[in-house]
Design a protein around this ligand. Structure first.
Ligand code: MN
Length: 157
């Protein structure tokens, strides 16, 4: 089985958010997570399902228009107990075993609702497994895994 890309980009635009992306069928299925992913198994985070992005987007770090983006985490992932994660996304529940530099272990995305503009709202959570860390906060791990820079440092350069 070929490895699937996993990437999280911290994107400061009109609203600051983390873009959590999973390679599925040759594209990056993507969710915008305002408060960011966490290893804390007691926390559920709102995740807005956004448009798929091309695989090349996994390399994007820099100043983009009025915003900026760092590659906050990256690695690979495996769908859990299925070879057809696209069907799981369609059905509204994706289980992912993540092998990032910051994020590890099993994440679950569950579709819950539509927001006022018709976008799909999902919840992102981490299972209580051996990689779970109570109280883990993504804001304590602010640097790019590629350049070592924070968004502020990148923007100043
Ligand atoms: Mn974004």
């Amino acid at each position: 089985m070929t490895e699937r890309l996993f990437v999280v980009q911290l994107h400061r635009a009109t609203a600051r958010h983390y873009d959590v992306r999973f390679e599925i069928d040759g594209v990056l299925a993507s969710w915008a997570v305002p408060k960011g992913p966490t290893l804390d198994p007691d926390v559920r985070r709102l995740a807005i399902h956004v448009d798929d992005h091309g695989l090349e987007h996994a390399e994007v770090e820099g100043v983009l228009g009025r915003g900026d983006v760092i590659i906050w985490d990256r690695g690979t992932w495996e769908p859990y107990k299925t070879d057809d994660p696209a069907s799981e996304v369609e059905a509204g529940e994706l289980h992912a075993e993540v092998y990032g530099e910051k994020l590890r272990g099993r994440f679950v995305l569950i579709r819950t609702d539509l927001d006022a503009s018709g976008r799909e709202q999902w919840l992102l959570l981490h299972k209580r497994d051996e990689h779970a860390v109570d109280g883990w906060d993504p804001e304590d791990h602010a640097r790019s895994v590629v350049s070592g820079l924070t968004n502020d440092e990148l923007e100043r350069d």
